[in-house]
Design a protein around this ligand. Structure first.
Ligand SMILES: [Zn+2]
Length: 523
């Protein structure tokens, strides 16, 4: 008798790169195919071959549009996948803009990298996929409704549940026919925290046989805040920042976070909490996505604020020239630009232009993965390198984590316990190791047999048997990754420390002596 297996090809040992491969008697399917984000070593995984044969996979089920869940879909097609992407209507609408944008980013990053490689005599690299690759994917997306069973391939049905995380987000319930009757596996996707302007609270079925649950904030309890309290906190932060007379930079995720901020800003301006300063939404992707939200607004925002995305002081800077003009802004203004962890996009230009200003504020409103520029700023580094240039950090760096789109520890426990009983076992994924361990501890404390709670390693394969989950001996070596800082971060830090030391010496002779000592040490 063959048992189905799950192989954890991403979001295992880290948060990003969600990709779960399910083998069953009738075939092979994937849940999510996300991009790895974080340190350069982690990102390097995106360039390598898939650890499975994409031509074996007959269908891809997608939980939501975030790039760490969807970002390698065009690569999957490039490497021979020929099936459909089954997902909700909201996610399908978002992908229309997000995948081509991701392709555009891949192309421009690689162009920049190759320019540098040529200067240094290094090897040139190819983009993971192009904008054109991403556009070709769009016709292969099959949008489906939530809450109803969908036949996805012979012997397999799927049902999408509202995950309350972003527009279109879903948990996916799979039902696989086997010799002993059907087995049901529930993939949580990313779970939202509840009390959000554009969603209901996360839902899900009870009694799945198997549960794969995220743990992004599995180790953290955040104070419970209502939508109104969250807005008041934003108002207070911005008031304080604007009082310094400088610009406020908000690195924001283009999807959901940006629209939530605009929604709350609209109310804060109307209520007179904030002076009506100019708000620039400086991200073509965020602008497109905001238009998708505007279209879905009647169905997602039942509480209702009329037209939150069209105000006279809200400026959508779509083209590059308009974006460049924002460099001249030194006074009070709010600039919202992607990307959320400051790893790409226009925010890096704004940071380069403003980080050295004491009057400027950077307001971080989302999760910052280890080793990203956003995380370094959050950790209080004195200087950073952006586009190969060194920039001193004198701006105020503030974090407001109440806008998180993720459930905290308490919410994740509640959501998981609401699914009980889970007869087969629970896999904790999509979290840094500490978060996974803490969530597992919480579930065990709540009475779940710890032997049934698994923390799968990257690329590990698990057989789902009637007696519980068993790891399967790997036929290929699992990929090793360092999720934390890697040598690229150390290199940047060392270069910054050296340049600081050199500048701090009392005169040129002392500088030359210092450099001679460094050269001698290098041998
Ligand atoms: Zn997500």
């Amino acid at each position: 008798m063959t048992h189905p297996t799950i192989t954890f090809h991403g979001a295992a040992g880290g948060v990003t790169g969600s990709c779960f491969l399910v083998r069953h008697a009738g075939g092979v399917l994937l849940v999510d195919c996300g991009m790895f984000q974080g340190s350069k070593s982690v990102q390097e995984l995106n360039y390598r071959d898939f650890p499975f044969d994409p031509t074996d996979v007959s269908v891809l089920l997608l939980t939501h549009a975030h790039i760490d869940h969807s970002g390698l879909i065009p690569k999957l097609y490039r490497h021979g996948f020929a099936g459909q992407v089954v997902t909700t209507r909201g996610t399908a609408d978002l992908l229309t803009f997000m995948l081509p944008d991701s392709g555009f980013i891949q192309e421009s990053e690689v162009r920049r990298l190759n320019r540098r490689n040529r200067q240094r005599g290094g090897r040139e690299v190819e983009p993971i996929y192009t904008q054109a690759d991403a556009e070709r994917v769009l016709s292969r997306i099959r949008p489906v409704d939530r809450d109803v069973w969908i036949n996805v391939e012979p012997g397999v049905r799927a049902r999408f549940w509202d995950a309350g995380h972003i527009l279109g987000s879903a948990s996916i319930e799979l039902e696989i026919q086997g010799d002993d009757g059907p087995q049901r596996i529930l993939f949580s996707g990313d779970i939202g925290p509840g009390d959000k302007p554009f969603h209901g609270n996360p839902e899900g079925p009870a009694r799945p046989d198997w549960l794969v649950v995220e743990s992004t904030y599995g180790g953290r309890d955040r104070p419970l805040v209502t939508a109104a309290e969250r807005r008041a906190q934003l108002g207070a932060e911005l008031k304080e920042a604007l009082a310094l007379g400088g610009p406020v930079l908000i690195p924001a995720f283009a999807v959901e976070r940006t629209q939530e901020l605009l929604y709350d800003l609209d109310l804060l301006f109307d209520e007179g909490v904030l002076p009506t300063v100019n708000v620039f939404l400086d991200s073509p992707l965020a602008i497109h996505v905001t238009r998708v939200f505007d279209r879905h607004l009647p169905e997602i925002n039942t509480a209702g604020t009329p037209a939150p995305f069209s105000r006279r002081n809200l400026h959508l800077t779509e083209d590059v020239e308009a974006s460049k003009r924002l460099n001249r802004i030194t006074g009070e203004a709010i600039i919202i630009a992607a990307s959320g962890m400051c790893e790409a996009g226009r925010i890096r230009h704004h940071l380069k232009n403003n980080l050295w200003r004491q009057s400027a504020t950077v307001l971080l409103v989302g999760y910052q993965a280890p080793a990203t520029l956003g995380r370094l700023l959050q950790e209080g580094v004195a200087a950073v390198r952006i586009h190969g240039e060194e920039v001193q950090v004198r701006a105020r760096i503030r974090t407001l984590d109440t806008y998180s789109g993720h459930a905290d520890r308490g919410h994740l426990l509640r959501w998981t316990l609401d699914r009980l009983p889970v007869s087969g076992g629970i896999f904790v994924v999509h979290g840094e190791e500490q978060e996974r361990a803490t969530l597992k501890g919480g579930l065990a404390e709540a009475g779940i047999d710890p032997a049934k709670i698994h923390i799968p390693a990257l690329d590990s394969q698990w057989q789902l048997t009637g007696l519980g989950a068993r790891t399967v001996e790997a036929t290929t070596a699992p990929r090793a990754v360092t999720a934390a800082r890697d040598w690229h971060n150390d290199y940047a830090a060392t270069m910054l420390a050296l340049s600081e030391k050199v500048r701090a010496e009392k005169d040129d002779a002392a500088r030359e002596a210092l450099l001679a000592r460094v050269k001698a040490a290098l041998g």
